[in-house]
Design a protein around this ligand. Structure first.
Ligand code: F6R
Length: 614
């Protein structure tokens, strides 16, 4: 993971770099650092363990001047998070500084060779090997820094987004990318480099996405030049991005996660806008329309995703099998890519990813495309690697998600999948007109329904107090609500560090029932009408063993309410769309429990938002 930023131009680099790092902290926050070349050509590197705020304190009173610089916020892969392993790393002579996001897989071999040439290493990182390799090539051949970087990368196996500066050069940053995100923002006589366009949106709307195997020569006196590893110049494509700064700020909420939970009525409106006609209730997804035949001839749909996006995919599977009668499979991208999967050219592979940068999902789609399958992306980040490498796709359009725990992206993903199922079901004739319009109307009503659920916030806040010191939680759901149970459990564990398990309710009696005692809170998603009696049976089984039940029920369900210790009511909604509504109280429950425990909700330990390493 890790976040990288760079600046070269007329302004002072350091404030721009620090602001960029703050915006990139969702990518990692073990340690942070900056390197600037000052007006006299001196290279200054400052780095320390901890968050960007710790770096800011550390910089106090130091010479952080210069109008060229690079900066990094780290999520450790090689070497513990400490001052030495923090980036930027500098070469043995101290003349070259480098920041790196990714993993150099063959760093051992390269390090051994450099050590034989007399190089000594200060850190345990793979990145320090790379900066010394660049220096070694430069010293031996007398070539330019850009050339040395290009030649060094020719010897590297792995993933990287790097930026390199050197002593005495106040004009030029060399940047390169392979499988880790990198974008260059264009200003007037100035350039901004980042892992994520959102971190530099204050300065420009014009961006160039660096592709795999490309090296960018970013010189403030010259037009941007990009070459590939064979030194062939590539064409520069400028993309305009329309992001607003307010989307990147907390807007009065104490945490991004709470803001993102509360903005779901609006984000879903953005997701639906232009796709469902409010009068006729007809649904259009341009990515499907343009590839209609490809979808219609699909004998199977395979979802590939990780984490929350994988949970959303499980709902996609239900929707498409239910409404379109196309067999579906849902794969963890990390398993799919390494297990020699059977992929047929008439399969459609749907890659689901908020960030569009998850390394495993990216690798899975490359395998699928190689096997001739049609690959469709459901992503949030516009211009992300997955969005660019898929054959077609639909953005979820929920705006930047900054809290590490995914919330609005999940509801956006499920909503896009519901629209996809409606479009395909209609095209295939597996869905009758009445149901099609009823569900389309239901999707249009989702923002209002979510607003209704959000009005339960204080009730859920009170409930959370009762469970702040629970050691374990169980979440149960059936049918469309089973993935919601998985997602509820993931939300709780990742931000509160309480162990939680999500299960299909009826599976409980095949083992997990042994865990039930009066200490165990069990969240039961009990909204499904057609299996209402079965859920009641599951609840009775729990009660008989002393378990404490928190049920999520459809408003007015007095029967389950009477059986439960606590209930959260949600408005009635078609079972197919209930996951969007029922997931909201679980997001709020996880949030309030974590806040009560004093956890860092937006930046939970050990996690990073965009998992660009395997
Ligand atoms: C959990 C969470 C992660 C991500 C997973 C995939 O709240 O955010 O589980 O869902 O890392 O990330 P994307 O969707 O960016 O591919």
């Amino acid at each position: 993971m890790c976040g990288i930023v760079g600046y070269v131009g007329d302004r002072q680099a350091c404030p721009i770099l620090l602001k960029g790092l703050h915006r990139l902290e969702y990518r990692g926050y073990d340690s942070a650092g900056v390197a600037m070349v000052n007006a006299g050509g001196q290279l200054n590197v400052y780095k320390c363990k901890g968050k960007v705020s710790a770096l800011e304190e550390y910089l106090d009173g130091k010479d952080a001047s210069g109008s060229i610089g690079i900066a990094h916020t780290r999520w450790a892969t090689h070497g513990i998070p400490d001052n030495v392993n923090a980036h930027p790393h500098y070469s043995q002579s101290g003349k070259i500084a480098l920041i790196h996001n990714g993993i150099i897989e063959n760093y051992r071999v390269l390090k051994d060779a450099l050590e034989m040439n007399g190089y000594k290493f200060r850190s345990e990182t793979d990145s320090e090997v790379l900066v010394n390799l660049i220096e070694c090539i430069r010293d031996n051949s007398g070539c330019s820094l850009a050339e040395a970087v290009r030649m060094a990368l020719g010897k590297v196996i792995g993933a990287y987004a790097i930026a390199v500066i050197e002593e005495g050069n106040t004009d030029e940053i060399i940047a390169a990318r392979q499988s880790s995100p990198m974008v260059i923002g264009l200003g007037k006589g100035e350039f901004f480099i980042s892992s994520d366009a959102a971190s530099i949106i204050d300065y420009t709307n014009d961006f160039v996405y660096v592709n795999d195997g490309e090296v960018a020569i970013v010189n403030r006196h010259e037009p941007l030049k990009i070459v590939n590893l064979e030194n062939k110049e590539t064409q520069i494509k400028v993309t305009k991005l329309d992001l607003s700064i307010s989307q990147l700020e907390k807007g009065g909420y104490p945490h991004f996660m709470l803001k993102e939970i509360f903005e779901q009525p609006e984000t879903l409106m953005d997701c639906i806008r232009g796709r469902i006609d409010p009068v006729s209730c007809d649904v259009t997804l341009s990515g499907v329309k343009l590839n209609r035949d490809r979808f219609l001839k699909a004998r199977r749909i395979i979802f590939v995703a990780c984490g929350t996006s994988w949970h959303a995919s499980l709902i996609g599977e239900h929707l498409i099998e239910d409404l379109c009668r196309i067999p579906c499979e849902v794969e963890y991208a990390s398993e799919f890519r390494y297990r020699n999967p059977v992929i047929n050219p008439d399969d459609v592979v749907i890659a689901v990813s908020q960030s569009g940068e998850t390394a495993d999902t990216l690798a899975a789609i490359r395998i699928a495309r190689k096997a001739g399958a049609f690959v469709y992306g459901i992503c949030n980040v516009v211009g992300s690697s997955i969005a660019r490498e898929t054959d077609s796709g639909s953005y979820i359009h929920v705006g930047p998600e900054i809290g590490v725990a995914s919330t609005k992206a999940f509801t956006g993903q499920v909503t896009v999948m519901a629209m996809l199922a409606l479009v395909l079901g209609k095209e295939k004739g597996t869905l009758d007109e009445g149901r099609y319009h009823e569900l389309a109307k239901g999707i249009l009503e989702l923002p209002e329904r979510i607003r209704d659920v959000l009005s339960n916030n204080s009730l859920i806040e009170n409930l959370a107090r009762t469970f702040t010191y629970a050691h374990n939680f169980m979440y149960l759901g059936r049918g469309y609500n089973y993935p919601v149970a998985l997602e509820g459990a993931l939300k709780l564990k990742e931000i509160s560090y309480i162990h939680a398990e999500g299960l299909p309710a009826a599976e409980m009696k095949h083992g997990p029932i042994a865990l039930i005692d009066i200490e165990l809170p069990i969240v039961v998603l009990a909204t499904s009408e057609h299996i209402h009696e079965k859920i009641i049976t599951n609840i009775e089984e729990i009660k008989a063993r002393g378990g404490r039940i928190i049920s999520v029920i459809t408003r007015g369900d007095s029967q389950i309410k009477a059986l439960s210790d606590w209930s959260i009511e949600v408005p009635p909604m078609a079972a197919e769309l209930m996951p969007v509504v029922a997931s909201i109280p679980l997001q709020l429950l996880a949030y309030h429990v974590a806040v009560n425990k004093g956890r860092n909700v937006d930046q939970p330990r050990n996690l990073a938002k965009s998992v660009t390493v395997e």
